[in-house]
Write a protein that binds this ligand. Structure first.
Ligand SMILES: N[C@@H](CCC(=O)N[C@@H](CS)C(=O)NCC(=O)O)C(=O)O
Length: 203
């Protein structure tokens, strides 16, 4: 049995929940209340000393970092359905594309989005210098068309199959949308397509 630690409110932990459902793995949920700072309780710090969700426990071990957790869960499945099949003739190319889109999203978009979130949502508690938010938006808007273009002529972000990159990009695009970054129609249709999947965590 896998235990997923998530918040009572939707967060990045939903990406792990989605992967658990997509992979048909047995799990239980322990929900922490961020308003009560429960991610800083000693019991949870024993699981993730960094005090962040998501985390899972499995076979007496602790696992942290959402994407690494999803990779681990995928490896527990005999078919590893969320990554390209190693027996495919095009495996090297497909796996390169998957790693490329994730790396691009994390470095070229999410890093700026995170700072923007700190300034706009968490109310600038780290004294970012004036203009930082605008610089972040400019960097995001420079990188975003590259990611949006990947969806032209293909159903999923890394090719024609659903992969863990789609779980990541659903989170990333939804986060951008939440912060008021305009997304093209192709991306809006992609988000709709993904959230219509049976295993998409609702509510
Ligand atoms: N790199 C981590 C980031 C985890 C993260 O930032 N979690 C946020 C919620 S989405 C959190 O728990 N923040 C609580 C805090 O910083 O106190 C991952 O991908 O798992």
């Amino acid at each position: 049995m896998i235990t997923l630690y998530k918040y009572t409110h939707p967060s990045r932990a939903e990406t792990v929940l989605w992967a658990l459902k997509e992979l048909g793995l047995d799990y239980e949920i322990k929900a922490l209340d961020a308003k009560k700072n429960e991610q800083r309780n000693p019991e949870f710090l024993a699981i993730n000393p960094y005090g962040k969700i998501p985390a899972i426990t499995h076979n007496g071990q602790h696992f942290t970092e959402s994407l690494a957790i999803i990779e681990y869960l995928n490896d527990l499945h005999p078919d590893k359905p969320l990554t390209p099949n190693i027996d495919n003739v095009n495996y090297a190319e497909q796996n390169y594309k998957l790693r490329k889109v994730i790396s691009f999203g994390m470095i070229e978009i999410e890093s700026y989005l995170w700072i923007l979130t700190k300034i706009k949502v968490l109310r600038n508690f780290e004294n970012w210098s004036e203009g930082t938010a605008e610089n972040c938006i400019a960097s995001i808007n420079k990188a975003l068309p590259i990611a949006c273009d990947w969806l032209e002529g293909q159903n999923y972000i890394a090719g024609e199959s659903f992969t863990l990159a789609d779980i990541y990009y659903h989170h990333l695009f939804s986060w951008l949308k939440m912060l008021g970054i305009r997304l093209p129609e192709t991306v809006m249709a992609y988000l709709k397509r993904l959230s219509a999947r049976e295993s998409f965590p609702k509510g």
